[in-house]
Design a protein around this ligand. Structure first.
Ligand code: SAH
Length: 226
């Protein structure tokens, strides 16, 4: 009985501890660096990032950096997640496609704000773990597919926004095709191991126009069966 109480208290203490770390992360890493979108800040105050990283690195979950999640992949730095989410100007009626589920964190942040999130992961192991974790957190508006995100998700298209979290050398044409009229795409583009360009693309009157946003460094966009 005593042990049970001890465990309950420890769990409560830890939950509280992570909550204050998360509040501090939002304040120092996001607000102070210019993230303004209230929906994005609220979502990041809420999503338990520590429950989406491998257990042994949980204590580092709110650090100002990307972290390893297995298969040589990483969960992005909190700031870059906030920055990319803010760029698509998310609202509650949107349907969003994410390429590169990884830990599922970006998908969860989106799911707090928009109506439906479609997310694709190329590594089966990562995809399955993310699906389990996201289910455990109670998300019912995240649809996960394991496969090559190059092809997008034609059955669910068009999308109001597309966020790509791995860097291809060129923007995949199927993703441009699956963007709705007025839709926004945020995607890092560039060669592996080099500094890449974060590009914002917008489809207006059927035309896809892009502009450079900033320099970034993402893991490479992989291809299946090439
Ligand atoms: N959004 C993730 C970041 C993960 S890093 C998060 O919040 O944790 C990028 C992810 O893209 C990796 O998990 C990698 O396996 C995946 N990836 C790379 N190429 C891909 C492709 N062609 N299709 C789908 N996923 C891909």
């Amino acid at each position: 009985m005593k042990i049970l109480w001890y465990m309950i208290l420890l769990t409560l203490f830890q939950a509280d501890h992570f909550k204050s770390q998360r509040a501090l992360m939002v304040e120092t890493q996001l607000v102070q660096r210019g993230i303004k979108d209230k929906a994005v800040l609220d979502a990041m105050r809420k999503v338990p990032r520590h429950l989406l990283v491998p257990e042994k690195i949980r204590d580092y979950a709110y650090d100002d950096r990307p972290l390893p999640i297995g298969e040589g992949q990483t969960i992005s730095q909190p700031y870059i997640v906030a920055f990319m989410t803010e760029l698509i100007q998310p609202t509650k009626n949107m349907r969003v496609l994410e390429i590169g589920t990884g830990s599922g964190y970006q998908a969860a942040v989106l799911a707090e704000i928009v109506k439906e999130v479609y997310t694709i992961e190329i590594f089966e192991g990562l995809g399955k773990r993310a699906e389990q974790d996201l289910n455990a957190l109670g998300y019912t508006n995240i649809h996960l597919h394991i496969g090559d995100g190059y092809k997008g998700w034609p059955e669910a298209a068009p999308f109001d926004a597309i966020i790509v979290t791995a860097a291809p050398e060129n923007i995949p044409q199927p993703l441009i095709d699956q963007l709705a009229e007025g839709g926004i795409m945020v995607i890092p583009v560039g060669e592996e191991g080099k500094v890449q360009q974060l590009i914002l693309g917008e489809k207006t009157k059927g035309k896809f126009k892009t502009r450079y946003i900033s320099s970034v460094r993402f893991v490479p966009f992989l291809r299946e069966n090439l």
